[in-house]
Design a binder for this molecule. Sequence first.
Ligand code: SF4
Length: 367
Amino acid sequence: MTAFSIYLHIPFCTRLCPYCHFYKVPEVPDWKVYLDAVIGELDAMVNPAGGSVTTLYVGGGTPTLMPPEFYGSLLAALDDRLGLTQLAEATIETDGGIAGDKLEGYTRAGFDRVSVGVKSFDSRMREILGAGQLTDPDPVATARSAGFSSVSLDLVYGFEGQGMDDLITDLMRAVLLDPDHVSLYALEEAETGRPREGEPDLAAAMFRESARTLLAAGYHQYEITNFARSGHESLHNTVYWEDGDFIGLGPSAHSAVTADGTRVRWMNRPDISAYLGDPESCREELSREIGPDRAKEALILALRMTKGVHRPTFALRYGCDPLELLKPHLAELTELGLIRYSAGRVRLTTRGMLLSNEVFVRILGDR
Ligand code: SF4
């Protein structure tokens, strides 16, 4: 492993949102206790002789429940063990309600990018989502004055009670704050059934309208749900889509590393008590992929990006032609207007992005 990314999961939340699929618990331990566990996991996993960290992403849960000192110590530990000279991006997630001086502590600790989970600016929409009040009306300005050089906003769409006008108003409010990056998430109904997913046709129209609005405002769509100003694409998430190596730390975090042509995936069991007791005991291998299986996984990840898959480059890297992998479905997917092949690249069309899960299930189906 020469270069890899690190994801750290902070599984603590003081409020449990009804629609949330991420692993989280309501009790927050002393930050030093969690730090010891994370560093213990790192020490057990990382070969001190090799590899450099290129991106760091801290998500949750609620990463801002850990103080800046936690991250200062974490980055020092990473620097000690691996060296951070190649670190090109360090992102922390916030919920948009964090005071400027605490945010400054995070930039001093080493973060340069913040992903703000706004969800919606509208108090009625936030109530439907169970997201509480948005205390800072301009989290982009607050993050910039705290020293972040790249600010991303997350918005949620496609839930019952949200109309097209509500979403457009949210998008316009987001654009007026001038973030560097916008992510759009379609609500996926949780087991609680609250809030409910909206009408699929309306959600599809919302997706198209959102893309139109953001493109008109000067953002470019580089992945199905992600839009950026040039130079502000998420480097960390691009590692996932480009089938790079990443190590996940913390309960529920996933990892994937390729060695000698085999892609090994594992995850940490989502169990905070077990993790604090012995992080290594939580590790569970998920799969080992080789040959066409590995290539198909890589293909569907790469198809998420609007630049698509460059046929010769893919063939060189994986030893198989992407059009051959798609062959059983290529004619049908092309006829349905879901996939397009031109100038040596295969890409999802706009309709294909809307129905991407169906496309991917079909591609993976004949493994
Ligand atoms: S949405 Fe965020 S704050 Fe709400 S429960 Fe999930 S991780 Fe916690």
